[in-house]
Design a protein around this ligand. Sequence first.
Ligand SMILES: NC(=O)c1ccc[n+]([C@@H]2O[C@H](COP(=O)([O-])OP(=O)(O)OC[C@H]3O[C@@H](n4cnc5c(N)ncnc54)[C@H](OP(=O)(O)O)[C@@H]3O)[C@@H](O)[C@H]2O)c1
Length: 254
Amino acid sequence: MKIVVIGGTGLIGRQVVANLRRLGHDAIPASPASGVNTLTGEGLAVALHDAEAVVDVANSPSFEDAAVMAFFQTSGRNLLQAEAEAGVRHHVALSVVGTNRPHAPAYLQAKLAQEQLIEASSIPYTIIRATQFFEFMGVIADEGTRGDLVRLSPAAMQPVASRDVAQALAEAVLAEPMNGIEEIAGPERAPFAEFVATWLGHRDDSRRIVVDPAAPYFGVPITDTTLTPGANARIMPTRFDAWLSASSGNGRSE
Ligand SMILES: NC(=O)c1ccc[n+]([C@@H]2O[C@H](COP(=O)([O-])OP(=O)(O)OC[C@H]3O[C@@H](n4cnc5c(N)ncnc54)[C@H](OP(=O)(O)O)[C@@H]3O)[C@@H](O)[C@H]2O)c1
């Protein structure tokens, strides 16, 4: 089956492409690096020719609030229109657990806008909402860093390995469209501060953590329910310590 992976050069995308190729599918990575740009529409019609399904795991190059909203809205519209014209039969997208919660960070509001475009389109779809990737721990640490202190919320998170997310996406695109949303998360729930402390310790990073209930997550205050999955979430197998042990020095393992 020809499956186009939009953002197929990224952290998740390249693992989705590899998983699908291992299973014998014609998985095509599409992104600006290969002349396919969902923001401008460039290369989309050619890339989608004869494709049965699309996995969209593109990400905005800028995390600035307005830029992220513009990226997911414009890309979503262009991609879904091109898919409709090409006769694509299944659209799979990766979103984030928490997009539908009150007072979500701006990035999650942009992902919600992306979800709403998919739900309103004519294309059968599956949306997978994942929690924060283990690989994102460094970005979370850096976001809270001032000098050698990292200010972090005691709120809970339940992060997941990117390879487990890629596995779930490959399974989703090979199954019938859900026309709905599935949440996925890792097997352990603990405070942000605890996961980041373990990550810093693994890297011999000397920054010290300050636990502060008022510490924002990308600009907004969070509680135990802001970013954790609901009771029906699919729990993926990889534990954080197992992932860390298998990781290279930069904390990434793929
Ligand atoms: N980080 C997390 O913890 C987390 C949690 C849940 C869900 N997610 C979602 O996971 C998805 C994938 O994230 P990731 O970390 O794998 O991203 P990433 O490594 O930053 O890769 C981003 C991909 O998007 C492509 N891209 C950028 N601009 C594009 C454009 N105009 N048109 C088409 N493709 C474009 C890039 O292509 P080039 O290489 O050619 O530039 C690259 O392949 C995102 O949608 C994100 O919202 C993330």
